[in-house]
Write a protein that binds this ligand. Structure first.
Ligand SMILES: [Zn+2]
Length: 123
């Protein structure tokens, strides 16, 4: 009996799904068309959250975290949006340069994003 009820329920659900024509359903609110930039931005925001999460879990080294974060934030800035918790834009001379590998970073870092060398502020 239970089986029969389950089968009837399943058949009913299928018939219902097939019988309901799109016109019967209230049109969903039109989803604003998203530009590729907005799609990318959304993906980056999501990725940034994941990155933060994994860093807090200790899955990422500080250098990896900083490097990936900087890359993502740079791309986000290029797409026209500043990340909410972004540090205030650094002055042009507040950047750091790695003494070991020569990589330059706009923001002061404690460690080089390229090679992991502890960084000193460029003055
Ligand atoms: Zn370096």
């Amino acid at each position: 009996m239970i089986t029969l009820a389950a089968v009837l329920l399943a058949v009913g659900a299928v018939v219902y799904a097939l019988a309901v024509r799109p016109a019967d359903v209230a049109a969903p609110a039109p989803v604003p068309a998203r530009t590729p930039q907005q799609e990318r931005l959304a993906a980056l925001e999501e990725g940034l959250r994941d990155l933060e999460f994994e860093f807090r879990l200790g899955k990422l080294s500080e250098a990896d975290y900083q490097k990936t974060r900087q890359e993502m934030e740079r791309e986000m800035a290029e797409l026209g949006k500043r990340p909410e918790e972004a540090p205030p834009p650094a002055a042009p001379d507040a950047g750091t340069v790695c003494l070991r590998c020569g990589a330059r970073f706009a923001a002061p870092l404690r460690f080089c994003g390229e090679c992991g060398q502890p960084m000193q502020r460029e003055t």
